[in-house]
Design a protein around this ligand. Structure first.
Ligand SMILES: [Zn+2]
Length: 227
């Protein structure tokens, strides 16, 4: 009853179409949920995202939940997640994706989910790492462990909104590092990013994981953009 009263004062609306949410809906209405442009890359090992990394990082799998299109619903959701404090959207979408992945046989493949870390200065400014919430939801959906403390970001070089290709002169290996090597060694790691565009961040992030001897490496994005 009290929640009905709160709903009356502060109507809950869909983040993408602003229609009123039903009681059983959270953040996104059912109509918008089914309109989300899923890539289904997890059903096809040789997909457009995997091809992005050919000759750059040896990946076992590369997939992303949604296709990022400027001015579309996915962009709106990502803006809420990254700039308007809606941390919970990452967890919810991550869980939906994890549930989807679990229907395929991929769930048994991975040992550990690791989010791409933020630089401490950025974390302090935003108050949370949006990749943590995605990783948490996705790991829950898959039924495997995740850890936000193993990977750290030492440099805030590539900005979140302008992820250019890493310049050759830059010491790429120093951008990220692994803290507890034994937790990563001989594990199949699933690395999580919010939006994959050039793949430069994931490429830099994969280096220390490979250097400490993870068994294999796969990547998953909440969204992927192709320009
Ligand atoms: Zn909607």
């Amino acid at each position: 009853m009290f929640s009905d009263f709160i709903d009356m004062l502060f109507p809950r609306t869909c983040l993408t179409c602003r229609s009123l949410l039903e009681k059983n809906e959270e953040l996104i209405c059912t109509h918008c949920r089914y309109e989300l442009p899923q890539t289904n890359f997890h059903l096809q090992a040789d997909n457009d995202l995997a091809r992005k990394f050919w000759g750059r990082v040896p990946l076992k799998y590369a997939f992303a939940y949604l296709r990022f299109v400027k001015t579309g619903k996915v962009q709106m959701l990502l803006h809420h997640l990254k700039y308007y404090g809606k941390e919970e959207i990452g967890e919810m979408l991550g869980r939906w994706y994890g549930n989807e992945l679990k229907k395929s046989e991929l769930a048994q493949e991975f040992d550990l989910v690791l989010p791409v870390p933020l630089h401490p200065s950025k974390l302090k400014k935003r108050g949370y790492n949006q990749c943590d919430s995605i990783a948490k939801g996705l790991a829950e959906g898959l039924g495997i462990a995740w850890d936000s403390q193993l990977l750290v970001r030492n440099k805030a070089t590539m900005s979140q909104t302008r992820k250019d290709r890493i310049e050759r002169w830059e010491n790429v290996e120093d951008i990220f590092s692994v803290l507890q090597l034994e937790k990563v060694r001989d594990k199949h790691i699933l690395l999580i990013d919010d939006v994959i565009t050039t793949g430069a961040t994931l490429e830099a992030c994969s280096l220390p994981l490979q250097n400490v001897g993870c068994k294999s490496l796969s990547i998953a994005g909440l969204a992927v953009g192709f320009s």
